[in-house]
Design a protein around this ligand. Structure first.
Ligand code: ADP
Length: 358
């Protein structure tokens, strides 16, 4: 695929075929993606898939075995090149914020500006503290701040030297839910207002969907898909991506002339596999409708009440399970017989079925 000159010139960071091995483990396997100017890219994957490895390689804390990492077209890591961390123009915000406990908020933020004239440092620190709304606590020490405030100081410290990109390593995971949601929106807004590109690492798909301009999904060292949240959700490139994003069930099906046949009805949609091919259809709770019917062969197994909605787990006659999203007002007892249909109103992703449905 050719890219427009504009798009290429806006690349801040490029990973090209990056591979890293630790003994028998390939923690990064031929990883290729770009981060563009001002972009917020989320690196998403389960624990152990290699996210921290990529961050370490990006920061220069570790060297690549193959491939290269470029910043604005300059090679930072590659064959016989490993620019030291402090010369990369890349800042890192950790989960535990790693503020210097013996330094005030002001001095923490000033830390990365040591080589600049005093007046310039003062101006920049003040600007950064205004940005994260912490000017009034500038003389406090980290232990005198809340967890959310500490993370905002860490962000101000990371942004102060005007990095090309900020790497955020699960920065919200130690915070409770209400604080986490507020803070992540604030961090997103601060980065957007400064136009700084960022890579956020997380294993939380909900966080990734809420924050990412694009999401790179990593599995077992490989990047399986890089796409906007909407594209990832609506058009997952692999079974892994479909399973990892969006509470997906897989329903056994067979390609027919006008769609896909499943045990709970025919899906009318275009397909590109030969008729008769066994597939697994990725079905999400909002794709599945149900209505109580004593004559029906499917039964409610359990109900999960989420306040605004109910999610029902339903056993189908074949023994397979699907989930159905219903209003909070529809309350059905376990064991209720229900008629179930897949009515997505959009195309569903499907994958070759090598082993039958689960
Ligand atoms: P994640 O951040 O997604 O949890 P990591 O990058 O920490 O994943 O780890 C990816 C894989 O590489 C894991 O199997 C892990 O055990 C292995 N690994 C990471 N760092 C090292 C290391 N320094 N030495 C040996 N194995 C490592």
């Amino acid at each position: 695929m050719t890219e427009s000159v504009d798009r290429v010139s806006q690349k801040v960071i490029s990973l090209v075929g990056v591979t890293k091995r630790y003994g028998d483990v390939t923690a990064a396997h031929d990883v290729t993606f770009d981060v563009y100017a001002g972009e917020f890219l989320v690196l998403l994957g389960p624990s152990g898939c290699g996210k921290s490895t990529l961050l370490r390689l990006l920061c220069g804390l570790d060297s690549v075995d193959a491939g290269r990492i470029e910043r604005n077209g300059t090679v930072l890591s590659g064959e016989s090149v490993c620019v030291p961390p402090e010369a990369r123009g890349i800042s890192l915000v950790f989960q535990d914020n790693a503020l210097f406990p013996h330094m005030t908020v002001w001095n923490n933020v000033a830390f990365g500006l040591a080589n600049q004239p005093k007046e310039a440092v003062a101006e920049r620190v003040a600007e950064m503290l205004d940005l994260v709304r912490l000017r009034d606590v500038a003389t406090r020490y980290p232990h005198e701040l809340s967890g959310g405030q500490q993370q905002r100081v860490a962000l101000a410290r990371a942004l102060a030297p005007k990095p090309s990109i900020v790497l955020l390593d699960e920065p919200f995971s130690d915070l409770d839910r209400s604080l986490r949601i507020g803070l992540r929106e604030e961090v997103r807004a601060v980065l957007r207002s400064t136009g700084t590109a960022a890579i956020l690492v997380t294993h939380d798909q909900e966080e990734a969907l809420a924050l990412g301009d694009r999401i790179a999904v990593q599995n077992d060292g490989r990047i399986e898909q890089v796409a906007t949240p909407e594209a990832l959700f609506g058009n997952p490139a692999s079974r892994f991506v479909a399973e990892f994003i969006g509470a997906t069930d897989f329903l056994a099906g067979e390609i027919a002339s006008n769609g896909i046949l499943t045990e709970i009805g025919a899906l009318q949609q275009e397909t590109d596999a030969p008729i008769g091919t066994a597939v697994e259809v990725a079905v999400r709770p909002d794709d599945v409708t149900l209505s109580p019917d004593p004559a029906a062969a499917a039964t409610v197994v359990s109900r999960s009440f989420n306040g605004m909605s109910n999610v029902y787990r339903i056993r189908l006659p074949s023994g397979a399970f699907v989930h159905s999203l219903q209003p909070h007002t529809l309350s059905l007892a376990d064991g209720t017989a229900v008629r179930v249909k897949v009515e997505p109103g959009h195309k569903l992703a499907y994958f070759p079925n090598h082993g039958g449905s689960r």
